[in-house]
Design a protein around this ligand. Structure first.
Ligand code: COA
Ligand code: MG
Length: 297
């Protein structure tokens, strides 16, 4: 399994948003099986509660948390409600990343990256950009190309629908071209892509269908609003038993000594190329990472 070491990438199937003014939710978050927690200081927190929310967040980061959970702090956009105090707190608690909402230009990422470097000079903190405005979608490629320290694009459909008047329809019909534009932008520049939240947290069937669609479109995972959505997102965005078996067959076929000089093979009537071999190794690495997480306390 030596090859696994070269194929490790963050697993981001499920990223739960937790309002930082909600102490109960903050307490629960580290015990949940989500790949990441987005600690929200933006839309879910009323301006009058911001100071209290920052205290809650500082407390939450002083407690134990599972090492495999990625921790992201979502601040306010530069254009509205932005507070330097949020970044000063970020520099104290050192999350894995800061999520900047409503990003429309790469310059905004550069501004926040520079401020973060000033407040937290010892270790870089990654940036995530929320793409949730018409200009954000139109400029997704240049944001992904030029965003300093940018690791992830997260689509926000509540804001995008509001700004564009696109109705919520089955299959997100009129939104698909924009979603795919964000996927393409992220993938072109090695920036991960996360699908939007799904508001109706009691509708498991509707949520499952949207996860299947998001996975098929190329997203790595979904931003979530409720713990009930975690297991479903993990299942749909993680490798399923059938694809694991298929990947194992591809890897063992290509690793046979007689295959060393071959770039294309016939595996049970299917053409398999070296790119499928690479894909299979990545999938197995992801499966191994998920399995290791389950075993760790
Ligand atoms: N993170 C952690 N725990 C959460 C949670 C979240 N996002 N949402 C709910 N929970 C917890 C509740 O605290 C409750 O815990 P308990 O039973 O142990 O007390 C349990 O899950 C069940 O919650 P439920 O009663 O079904 O929902 P609710 O009425 O408490 O909350 C929402 C519903 C929508 C208000 C809440 O899920 C929420 O605030 N979600 C995030 C919203 C957000 O971040 N928006 C901005 C990004 S779009
Ligand atoms: Mg938003």
């Amino acid at each position: 399994m030596e090859f696994l070491k070269n194929h490790i990438m963050p697993v981001r199937r499920s990223l739960l948003s937790v309002p930082t003014d909600n102490r109960r939710a903050l307490e629960k978050a580290p015990g949940l099986d989500c790949d990441g927690v987005i600690y929200d200081l933006e839309d879910s927190v009323a301006p009058e509660k911001k100071a209290e929310a920052r205290d809650n967040l500082a407390n939450a980061f002083s407690r134990e948390f599972p090492s495999q959970q990625e921790r992201i702090v979502r601040i306010n956009p530069l254009e509205s409600g932005f507070e330097e105090d949020d970044l000063k707190l970020v520099a104290r608690i050192m999350p894995d990343a800061v999520a900047l909402p409503k990003v429309e230009h790469a310059g905004e990422i550069a501004i926040v990256a520079d401020m973060l470097a000033r407040f937290a000079p010892t270790r870089p903190i990654a940036l995530w950009a929320m793409i949730e405005t018409p200009k954000g979608v139109l400029n997704a490629a240049s944001i992904a190309a030029n965003g300093k320290d940018l690791k992830c694009l997260v689509v926000g459909l509540n804001d995008l629908r509001k700004a564009t008047s696109v109705l919520p329809q089955p299959g997100r019909a009129y939104l698909v071209p924009w979603l795919m534009q964000v996927v393409l932008a992220g993938r072109a520049y090695g920036v991960d892509v996360i699908d939007s939240v799904f508001n109706d947290f009691k509708d498991d069937a509707g949520f499952s269908a949207e996860c299947v669609q998001g996975r098929a479109m190329g997203f790595s995972g979904k931003m979530l609003i409720h713990p009930a959505q975690i297991e479903i997102a993990n299942r749909h965005f993680g490798p399923d038993p059938h694809s694991i078996k298929e990947a194992e067959a591809i890897v063992s076929a290509f690793e046979r000594p007689e295959m060393r000089d071959l770039n294309v093979i016939n595996l049970d009537g299917k053409m398999i190329e070296r790119l499928h071999f690479e894909e299979a190794k990545t999938l197995l690495a992801q499966a191994a990472l998920i399995l290791a997480r389950k075993k760790s306390p």
